[in-house]
Design a protein around this ligand. Structure first.
Ligand code: CA
Length: 439
């Protein structure tokens, strides 16, 4: 059953004029959730909705607006700044709030004057990590990334035999997740220099980004109770951009036999706005493994997953070096790819995670793994674009990069667009690298 409704009508406009501009990431059809406070204030963080270049402050809107009693009850945790409690609500209740906010912000809304008083320009807001992230897991669903990186680490055996059967992942760390606009400190770590026999402790020399999406879990499951594929959508809240910062030299030395550890857990950056699954509904696509590949085991398969389990989302990585910034030069785009190339769907990631009875909770974050495209120019990390550091990339101002330098600002961007739907964007996931501490 299609969940497309009047909130996906591409012709619908908002009384917030900036939401109607062609290039905006946040038209009326998007309505993503974020956590913010007024810049420079020490007020407690509050939940808001991005609309054009404004934020609808849900603490103010819950009392200033006129809402049905059912919606008023659902708005209360949002008014209290508690997105996790709202995430725990059923998909139908979350959809009820989307419809109420859509109608209230639409052109001709009777609520226009009351809600105009609840708007804050995004330029005057300081964004925060949008909810309490209890646990963070990072998957590895980008098969082109897995193959290219596998070749660099294991030339004879790039893709391990489990890859096409199991959505591979590892448990990451939630304490070091930061929101776009943060700085990332270059990590110190244990490195084995080329040709050396003894490792040293030094600043990472091969610092890298990874272009990923992050799926926020909605309602959780009880410990011991798997989530079947048929119920996966009910447990998905929305999607952000995610940069899984990676220290490749530390990773190469430490990753066997248990996988990523200190090469990954020093920082993860996410975009501030969670784009709901409802907003992404028009951009679903059919999903299949190639006929010559193993087909998913029954617990990872469903008719719905085959007919519309994928999502078509354009992804980009941009870089602005310190030298470019000082000269007033804009960021340059390093690559583009699309989430449609992922080898496993969001629903398969979630169902697999809970398939052994592991309990997921509202606000848990599941990274998709690096989303590289099939072409060499579509690598979602410097490791891929520089062929393991062997071939530096030329930048427009004559600088070169094999890996990232101090002062570099990496920005991830994403949007979904197609004929018959309003283009929606994800905002930015940016962070600037600052030097390592002195050893
Ligand atoms: Ca990753």
């Amino acid at each position: 059953m299609s969940l497309l409704d009047h909130t996906h009508n591409p012709e619908a406009q908002s009384f917030v004029a900036s939401a109607n501009l062609a290039g905006t990431d946040f038209p009326l059809q998007n309505l993503p959730y974020g956590l913010f406070r007024r810049a420079g204030s020490n007020e407690s963080a509050r939940v808001g909705i991005a609309i054009g270049d404004q934020i609808l402050d849900l603490r103010l809107a819950a009392s200033a607006g006129r809402w049905s009693s059912a919606v008023q009850v659902l708005l209360q945790p949002l008014a209290d700044g508690d997105l996790n409690s709202f995430m725990a609500q059923s998909a139908s209740k979350r959809r009820l709030v989307r419809h109420a906010l859509f109608d209230a912000l639409a052109e001709g809304s009777k609520q226009q004057s009351a809600l105009t008083a609840c708007l804050l320009p995004q330029a005057q807001a300081q964004m925060a990590v949008p909810c309490r992230i209890g646990d963070y897991t990072d998957f590895y669903t980008g098969i082109h990334h897995a193959t290219t990186v596998g070749k660099l680490f294991r030339p004879d055996n790039p893709l391990l035999p489990n890859y096409k059967w199991v959505p591979i992942g590892y448990h990451g760390r939630s304490s070091s997740i930061g929101v776009s606009g943060s700085t990332v400190r270059r990590p110190l770590g244990q490195l084995m220099p080329p040709g050396a026999e003894v490792p040293v402790r030094a600043a990472c020399k091969r610092l890298d980004h990874e272009l990923e999406l992050g799926l926020f879990v909605a309602g959780g499951n009880a410990l011991g109770e798997p989530i079947p594929m048929a119920d996966a959508d009910e447990h998905m809240f929305g999607v952000t951009l995610l940069n899984d910062w990676s220290a490749r030299d530390m990773q190469g030395w430490e990753y066997q036999p248990l996988g990523p550890f200190l090469a990954k857990n020093f920082a993860t950056t996410i975009s501030p706005w969670i784009v709901s699954m409802d907003a992404l509904e028009p951009f679903r696509i059919a999903f299949a493994h190639p006929a010559s590949d193993p087909q998913p085991l029954p617990y990872l398969d469903s008719d719905k997953n085959r007919s519309e389990g994928g999502y078509e989302i354009e992804l980009e990585v941009w870089l602005q070096t310190e030298t470019m910034r000082a000269a007033g030069e804009p960021a340059t785009r390093l690559m583009r790819s699309n989430f449609k190339h992922a080898y496993w769907t969001l629903a398969q990631m979630l169902t697999h995670h809970a398939s052994n009875g592991c309990n997921l909770q509202p606000g848990d974050l599941l990274g998709t793994g690096t989303q590289s495209g099939p072409e060499a120019s579509e690598g979602g990390s410097m490791l891929e674009l520089s062929l393991g550091g062997k071939q530096s990339l030329g930048l427009p101002n004559g600088e070169t990069r094999a890996f990232l330098a101090d002062g570099d600002c990496v920005s991830l961007r994403a949007f979904a667009s197609k004929d018959g739907a309003r283009r929606i964007g994800f905002g930015e996931c940016s962070a600037t690298i600052v030097p390592a501490p002195q050893v």
